[in-house]
Design a protein around this ligand. Sequence first.
Ligand code: FAD
Length: 480
Amino acid sequence: MTTRPRPVILWFRKDLRLGDNPALAQAVAAGRPVVPVFIFDEGPAVRPIGAASRWWLHGSLRVLAADLRARGASLLLRRGDSEAELRRLIEETGADAVYMNRRFEPDAFVHDADIAQALKADGVECHGCNGALLCRPGTVLNGSGGPYRVFTPFFRTLMATASVPPPMTAPAAIASVRGLSGEALEDWALRPTAPDWAAGFDWTPGEAGAGDALAAFVSGGLKSYSKGRDRPAEPATSRLSPHLHWGEIHPWRAIEAARRAASDGRIAPAEADKFAAEVGWREFSAHLLHHFPQMTDTAFRPEYDRLPWRDDPAGLRAWKRGLTGYPVVDAGMRQLWAMGWMHNRVRMIVASFLIKDLLIDWRAGEAWFWDTLVDADLASNVQNWQWVAGSGADASPWFRIFNPVTQGQKFDADGRYVRRWVPALKDVPDRWLHAPWTAPPAVLQAAGVRLGRDYPAPIVDHAEARDRALRALRALPGGS
Ligand code: FAD
């Protein structure tokens, strides 16, 4: 009598790809049937994903399921508590091993470790790989063996010590188990219907979409990335952030594609280095959060939690809706709503406006981004919000307060970005576009703009708001 080999479970989470996927490669190498599963767990252990992320997840799972189907396997969808669902699946299939790529956000990391420990205690092997980051948190440490708090030495050490994993092509075929029943993706209602606020989203979730975005960037924006990346009207950045977040592409592959373009002489090496450094900020954020889990809720520099944050629901609402009266801020917030994404330069400007001009707690902005960004990423979001607030590890000082008018004039000099997202201002001449309230009435009239009706008057005076923010800083212990 021959005994059928026990299958192994491949537990997909934020690694929604088949190429360069170490957990998948190990599961296939085990030489036994593979049960690929995605469990939608909205339980209390990990912060639930936001609305825009749900939209992305739907698209990405659909592509992953099709890619698996093309290789003879089917993606099983289950919903509920991860451990309970894994146990149910083990029971149904007789599987005795689980392969997964680790998540490194602290809550998820602990949750996964607890599950692995519980399953191991019952005789199920659990294999955790790193498919998300350039290297595992805990492997890039300073001379005293502690985590870095400053980006530049962190990144230098990382680049000097990390080994680049060799490319792994997606397996041509995956032996699978038939007859298992899962849920239908449509039943999860991840995408909005009434109203469909995502109707204008211009994204292609999934591994192929990630590859296309990278290829377009390498032959396009990368050439002038270091300058172009600060101009929000230019398509100069990679737009890889949601693909990286959901693990549709390995970060090393993105860096390598840029480096290849440099070594082939297609771009200057400095452009590839700059791009690698930005991917490095993603890495730095992930490592920081891993080592300092309290960063999600409390200031990295605790004195900043004593700032006298204002309770200003009207200001917060105006900011969320892009109705602050500062064109570059409003353009950014409207881009976010329309695309589920915002250009990095403008993210910094709108964050500074919320925190310093409105003196609203950065956590309110972080929560809004979490819900509305397709690339919402706990580590990058929290790290960047704290960077702007000045409370982060390697942060911009509090007294650096972005002036939304001069930022607009500098980085959107010809006004293309503002005109695209705030069409009410499209006929305002460049000279007044970023501060329409300073335009002579005849100019506004000719442009068809009645301030306060077609476009809001500024909700705060930036100079006064700046003074208020600086006074708040000086009142902090150690503030000067
Ligand atoms: P590119 O310029 O092409 O950069 C390549 C990759 O590097 C990005 O895809 C991203 O993975 C990484 N990267 C670039 N800049 C940063 C950065 N400052 N910090 C961390 N990683 C970076 N990024 C997120 O992925 N998720 C977030 O939730 C997020 N929240 C942010 C909140 C604020 C207040 C700010 C100021 C920035 C935030 N960022 C976040 C970082 C950055 O704005 C985006 O990663 C970037 O705009 C994505 O566009 P891109 O892929 O075209 O970037």
